[in-house]
Design a protein around this ligand. Structure first.
Ligand code: NAP
Length: 485
């Protein structure tokens, strides 16, 4: 008796799924849709992208194979005969050692996530066991296999035919017991552009990730993509960019900006698609002309300058990766040269600056940006584009500067508001959006509420290694009243 339609059930092992398959019989035998991507995905099976089909033929009942955890996902089924299947979670984590067993005939399949140990015993002669995997077998990958002895006492698998009477390979007889098993490590996150302002903050937020600066992974070099073993990753965060807004207007800068911000992102997106990786790509308020406030994610790009144009092209390229988060941010402040450090330095030297008052937006502190990126990655938020900046009132650069002066105990009136035209009168500069504030409704609905920009500014001034010493002991940073906003 088989199911009337395809179905999926959970098991006690996270991600290990039992699939019911309709088997249609007649006078000739039977037929089944063993793997039907569209139906199974709609039922909740991961779109795991099989690339290889393996079959083992087992002549005798009692043939026992396993237990092997492999560094890829598997979709296990039976074409003829019957098996007793046993699965033990061998991934690093709280479910390590968790067991699940069931009998499998042609009417069932099991989806086995990477790192879950898989074994079976044939219950009938002439059993044909078939499985799809989502990576090509290779000798290097075999070094990552994790094995468990089929007779392990703590897993205590109730093999229907005692192992002493079963047919096992010599190798399978000698696998370790659970206490000696080294769990399979999870796939890692690769952070590119790891020495930039955002990259440095991600080092704090994601200590387990792998960080690649330009010397480790040059996004503009084809060799970087070709020589990388992508099978060890689950996600790429691209924090690399050509960020020299004015430099991008020069003939050399234009080429560099497009090469890194657009063409390389397209190459990265194709690597992400090919290896089923999630791509998190950083984007910018500069993809907009600044005629609206705030900018929602769905607003069509309207970049003014070369940097914004190259970033907008990068967004379109990143969106071709099936699993992508495009994270649009603005006015980034972290560990690097930035507006807040500059103003804090001027305040400390008692300089009275002229600051642009007709560009409005919100600061984004890299600590909060990194937390938001982590939230998107770990919460299972729907793929797509998300605005991610600090929250609170929208302010001009001059208002932000005045707040920095106030927080450092200086007179905010020392900051003179000027127009962009006045400020840039004496030097060539790229056009900039007048309104940079990004609408945060979508990221908040996804469960992440960034702190207000001014609260984060106060915190940054007190703790940043460059600003901190300037702020130390200063009224009103040391008093309880919050910043004016
Ligand atoms: N800063 C802002 O105000 C702001 C605002 C909105 C959006 N964003 C976006 O946020 C992201 C991160 O910006 P950020 O402020 O952290 O920029 P950043 O400090 O300028 O860092 C960019 C990093 O990219 C690296 N890089 C340059 N060329 C590379 C290449 N060919 N291969 C690999 N890495 C390369 C740089 O390395 P080198 O040090 O070796 O050059 C640098 O470490 C970017 O996508 C940017 O567009 C920034």
């Amino acid at each position: 008796v088989s199911a009337a339609r395809h179905g999926i059930e959970q098991t006690p092992i996270p991600g290990l799924l039992v699939v019911s398959l309709p088997v249609l019989g007649d006078n000739r035998g039977w037929f089944k849709e063993n793997w039907q991507r569209e139906k199974l995905i709609s039922l909740g099976l991961p779109d795991f992208g099989p690339v290889q089909n393996n079959i083992s033929f087992n002549a005798k009942a009692g043939t026992t194979r396993g237990i092997h955890a492999e560094p890829w996902d598997k979709y296990v089924s039976v074409a003829a005969g019957r098996i007793f299947g046993a699965w033990v979670d061998l991934r690093d984590g709280p479910a390590f050692g968790q067991r699940f067993c069931m009998e499998l005939g042609p009417d069932k399949a099991v989806f086995v996530p990477r790192g879950v140990g898989n074994g079976f015993q044939t219950l009938e002669p002439v059993t044909v066991y078939s499985y799809l995997v989502n990576d090509h077998w290779n000798a290097r990958a075999q070094e990552e296999y994790v094995y468990l002895n089929a007779g392990d006492e703590s897993a205590a698998i109730p093999w229907p035919i005692p192992l002493a009477e079963a047919e096992l390979s010599e190798k399978d007889l000698h696998h370790p017991r659970l206490p000696s098993v080294l769990p399979m490590k999870p796939r890692r996150i690769l952070v590119l552009g790891a020495d930039g302002q955002v990259g440095r903050a991600l080092r704090q937020a994601l200590p387990e990730a792998e960080f690649a600066a330009r010397t480790d992974f040059d996004l503009t070099s084809e060799e970087s993509y070709r020589s990388r073993d992508w099978s060890g990753y689950r996600a790429i965060i691209n924090a690399a960019a050509y960020t020299h807004v004015d430099g991008a207007e020069s003939s050399e800068g234009r080429r560099l900006a497009w090469q890194l911000n657009a063409t390389a992102v397209s190459r990265l997106a194709s690597a992400a698609a090919e290896h089923r990786l999630t791509l998190i790509h950083l984007s910018s308020d500069y993809v907009f002309d600044g005629s609206q406030e705030p900018h929602a994610e769905a607003e069509p790009p309207s970049p003014l300058g070369v940097y914004g144009q190259s970033k907008a092209a990068g967004d379109a390229a990143a969106a071709t990766a099936p699993k992508h988060y495009i994270v649009r941010t603005s006015w980034v402040v972290g560990d690097g040269t930035n507006f807040v450090r500059t103003m804090a330095g001027l305040a400390a030297r008692n300089v009275s600056p002229s600051v642009v008052a007709d560009q409005r937006g919100r600061l984004t502190f890299t600590r909060d940006l990194a937390c938001g990126i982590l939230h998107l990655l770990e919460s299972g938020a729907a793929y797509g584009t998300y605005n991610l900046t600090n929250s609170g009132p929208v302010a001009s650069w001059a208002e932000v500067a005045a707040e920095i002066y106030r927080l450092l105990g200086k007179d905010p009136q020392q900051v003179t508001p000027v127009s962009t035209a006045e400020y840039l009168a004496s030097r060539p500069a790229a056009p900039r959006p007048a309104r940079s504030a990004l609408d945060l409704t979508k990221i908040e609905a996804a469960g992440f509420s960034p702190p207000t920009a001014f609260a984060a500014l106060r915190d940054y001034l007190a703790t940043d290694p460059v600003c901190g010493p300037l702020a130390a002991g200063r009224h009103p940073l040391t008093i309880s009243g919050g910043p004016a906003q």
